[in-house]
Design a protein around this ligand. Structure first.
Ligand SMILES: [Ca+2]
Length: 610
């Protein structure tokens, strides 16, 4: 009898749920921070930043530990959300949505001389012909508002108004905050036609767009119209500026033992968090919280290549690297989803999800039919929200740019289960075949142990998944770079053929029969001029090396034994993103564990030689 009652009541619940889903159009607030790293909130493990409102949101919804941006840069990830397609398929793969010249998605065979694999050129705008998530929501009867950073094109036809958003504040080409004064980019006057000019001089742009978003939601509530708003904050992208009183407060909270220690970033994250709190307070006070889905995420990982307050803007440890690089620090992002009545408050979900998944998921959550012809790479994660097992299958992320400051070498990765495999296209220095790295993230979240050689079967499985994606999608691929100079080891290159450059047991090995053989790194952040270069070196021939071009900089005497050295940036000749090492005599030298440190000796980067 008990069983029959249970079954009947289950059926009754099920029918009620079906009716509720058919009839309701829940509101949606899609909050996205700019460059907020995976570890940049307390709920994700920061011991420095304080984010009570984001933490509270996590407590009232579901928090994902393994969410990915579809690219480690701004514009491509933003386009992936609106199209439901991986950047490599759609063709917007670079953070170039602010550039004036129109660029198209084209295959390339010749790029700069220090790169082995030539990836496709990026489109730099979101085409008006795409049936974006904004258009789908509008056509489903939603009031659609866009607030904040867009960064997907220079022309009206690329802007949110052309992608289904009826009401737009911000939403232009800007790559960062739109203030006209370089020293006060988060404050008026604006270089943005959609932001009101009659606001007090101390109005922070993210406070302003929160006010405007709340006004907009209030209006929709009066009209009894469901709304879909994107609140895509300008925080916490460069320039590293914030409210002076908050920076002062955060200066007092710095702990030099903590690698996250920029008071300016502490203040920037506080501004973001406070505004998330204001949006949530509005929902609660207006009674809309019971019928509003809230998504909170970021567009890529934390920035580790700039400097502020004598250190990096943030630190993504335990993840490797940061924004602009395909390692976990660049692509693993926070994701919190609150769907009243569905997500279990305070739940934590370890399923892999990608930014391409929001499009089909939101269609399902708002009772719309899926549009697989558009969101080709997205998989609805509604099962995960309902607490069921969710496996989206192989997750792809392509990063075709060679970037000096982030040390990204053109590659595409596949995440499948606990495994992550990178294909560095044509990057094997011996024979210009593909180079592979394979990590088991369950045991090695910092991606320190490359298992490509030890796990050939796993490598084959993931490599096959990547090939299958290219075959199915017909996405533009890579070619060997015809302009390659054959003088690279890692991201270091020789300026001439007068000697040899190679990797030897993880060290950089240089040999020349003449004095003056020079190699250069392809990395140096401008901010690190005040920092240090740390390294170990030895020379069988006891040859001095000079950290500079032939006539500049500091001479370092080497011995036959490995020894540690640390040079201040002021003693090193730096040209653009490069610094140089010159052999003072004929002979041989080995250099390893080369690191760039900030002014306060935070590690910005460690060079790998292979
Ligand atoms: Ca970004």
């Amino acid at each position: 009898m008990k069983t029959i009652v249970a079954v009947v009541s289950l059926l009754a619940c099920w029918c009620l749920n079906i009716n509720a889903q058919e009839e309701s159009s829940p509101n949606v607030i899609f909050i996205m921070a700019d460059d907020l790293g995976w570890r940049d909130t307390a709920v994700y493990g920061s011991a420095f930043y304080e984010t009570p409102h984001i933490d509270a949101l996590a407590k009232s919804g579901m928090r994902f530990t393994d969410a990915y941006s579809a690219n480690p840069l701004c514009s491509p990830t933003r386009a992936s959300i609106l199209t439901g397609q991986y950047p490599v398929r759609y063709g917007l793969t670079n953070a170039s949505g602010h550039l004036a010249e129109i660029e198209e998605h084209l295959e390339q065979t010749e790029v700069s001389e220090d790169v082995r694999g030539a990836g496709p050129l990026s489109r730099n705008y979101l085409e008006p012909k795409v049936y974006t998530l904004g258009k789908a929501m509008k056509d489903a009867g939603y009031a659609t508002g866009f607030f904040g950073k867009w960064h997907m094109g220079r022309r009206m036809e690329h802007w949110p108004e052309s992608h289904g958003f009826e009401y737009v504040r911000g939403g232009r080409h800007h790559s960062g905050p739109p203030g006209a004064d370089g020293k006060r980019k988060f404050y008026p006057p604006w270089t943005c036609d959609t932001l009101p000019s009659d606001v007090p001089a101390d109005t922070h742009v993210d406070d302003l767009i929160t006010d405007l978003a709340i006004d907009y939601m209030t209006d929709q509530k009066k009209k009894d119209k469901p709304f879909f708003i994107c609140y895509w904050a300008y925080s916490v992208h460069a320039p590293y500026q914030s409210k002076p009183e908050l920076i002062d407060k955060w200066k007092k909270q710095v702990d030099l033992e903590n690698p996250q220690r920029s008071p300016t970033m502490g203040a920037m994250i506080e501004v973001l968090d406070t505004n998330v709190g204001r949006l949530m307070a509005f929902l609660k006070d207006s009674g809309l919280d019971k019928d509003t889905i809230v998504i909170f995420t970021s567009d890529n990982g934390g920035n580790m290549y700039d400097t502020v307050d004598g250190t990096t803007p943030t630190n993504n440890a335990p993840l490797r690297n940061g924004k602009g690089n395909n390692y976990e620090g660049g692509v693993r992002i926070p994701l919190i989803i609150r769907w009243p009545g569905v997500t279990k408050p305070g739940s934590v979900n370890h399923s892999v999800v990608s930014t391409v998944d929001h499009y089909p998921s939101l269609l399902e959550m708002t009772g719309q039919k899926s549009r697989p012809e558009t969101h080709k790479d997205g998989v609805s994660y509604v099962q995960a929200l309902e607490g069921e097992t969710f496996d989206r299958g192989p997750t792809i992320c392509d990063m075709p740019r060679f970037i000096y400051t982030t040390m990204n070498i053109p590659n595409t990765f596949v995440r499948l289960g606990d495994w992550k495999m990178y294909r560095f296209w044509y990057d094997n220095p011996q024979d210009l075949t593909h180079r592979y790295e394979l990590y088991n993230l369950k045991d090695d979240i910092g991606e320190e142990r490359n298992l490509a050689a030890e796990e050939p079967e796993k490598l084959k499985e993931l490599s096959k998944a990547l090939d299958a994606f290219y075959e199915e999608s017909n996405a533009l691929g890579y070619n060997p770079n015809r302009a390659y100079n054959y003088r690279m080891a890692g991201v270091w290159y020789a300026t001439s053929d007068a000697g040899t450059i190679a990797a030897k047991d993880g060290a950089l090995a240089l040999e020349s029969e003449k004095a003056g053989y020079t190699v250069a790194s392809n990395y140096f952040s401008k901010g690190a001029k005040n920092g240090f270069v740390a390294f170990e070196a030895k020379s069988e021939t006891e040859m001095p090396i000079r950290f500079a071009g032939p006539n500049y900089g500091k001479v370092v005497e080497l011995t036959k034994e490995w020894k540690k050295y640390e040079l201040p940036g002021s003693q090193i000749y730096i040209e653009r993103y490069k610094f140089f090492v010159t052999l003072e005599n004929a002979g041989e030298v080995e250099i390893r564990n080369v690191k760039v440190l900030t002014e306060d000796k935070s590690e910005m980067v460690e060079f790998k030689f292979y």
